[in-house]
Design a protein around this ligand. Structure first.
Ligand code: M6P
Ligand code: ZN
Length: 188
């Protein structure tokens, strides 16, 4: 039988009291996310294979709901920032919720029809990700970006589209400001 439980989450680190799973993604294995491959190489040479984000999960066996935290390191690669791979859900009828706990970032979303939207990730903001919108989070600050996410356990991840064609927009730092710019590598 599933029992109620309260899971403690540290808002500054994303550490969870009772994790049932975790993984980390490093710069080297996410290098394809970035425009400037020379900047990736330079950063790898200077700082090593830095952790870009860590995901910690909680699910009870048999539950239809999974939640967890994602903790993203601050960092820049060329004019871009550390980002997640980005994905659609395998099940096109499944959305997701992101609740930002600390840090600052941008949630970049793209509908299946190619419409782009952003939601600012600031502590206290709960973002609704509608079904069939690709989503990628980007740490635009200089501290860790920590957010809690909740979705259906059967949502699944579909990485293929974003991996091959990228997202239409990218989030960049230009003239000292965070801005959106069209992705020159986007293959419509
Ligand atoms: C959020 C959730 C996870 C996801 C993670 C990293 O925490 O949406 O399901 O795995 O971000 O994003 P990605 O899988 O796109 O690298
Ligand atoms: Zn998702």
């Amino acid at each position: 039988m599933m029992l109620p439980v309260g899971v403690a989450i540290d808002p500054k680190s994303g550490a969870m009291g009772q994790a049932t799973g975790r993984y980390a993604k490093h710069l080297g294995e996410t290098r394809g996310c970035y425009q400037d491959q020379a900047a990736v190489d330079a950063l790898l040479a200077a700082r090593g294979d830095l952790p870009v984000y860590e995901v910690v999960e909680f699910i009870q066996p048999g539950s239809d709901i999974i939640f967890g935290t994602t903790t993203m390191s601050p960092g820049q690669v060329g004019e871009e920032f550390f980002m997640t791979r980005g994905h659609f859900h395998q099940r096109r009828d499944r959305g997701e919720v992101y609740y930002t706990q600390s840090g600052r970032g941008v949630l970049l979303l793209e509908s299946r029809q190619g419409e782009s939207r952003t939601v600012d990730m600031v502590p206290g903001t709960c973002a609704f990700i509608p079904p069939d919108w690709a989503h990628r989070s980007i740490n635009t600050g200089d501290a860790p970006l920590v957010f809690v996410w909740v979705c259906n356990a059967d949502a699944g991840h579909d990485y293929a589209e974003i991996l091959t064609r990228g997202m239409r927009q990218m989030v960049v730092k230009r003239d000292g400001a965070v801005a959106l710019a069209p992705n020159p590598r986007y293959a419509a």
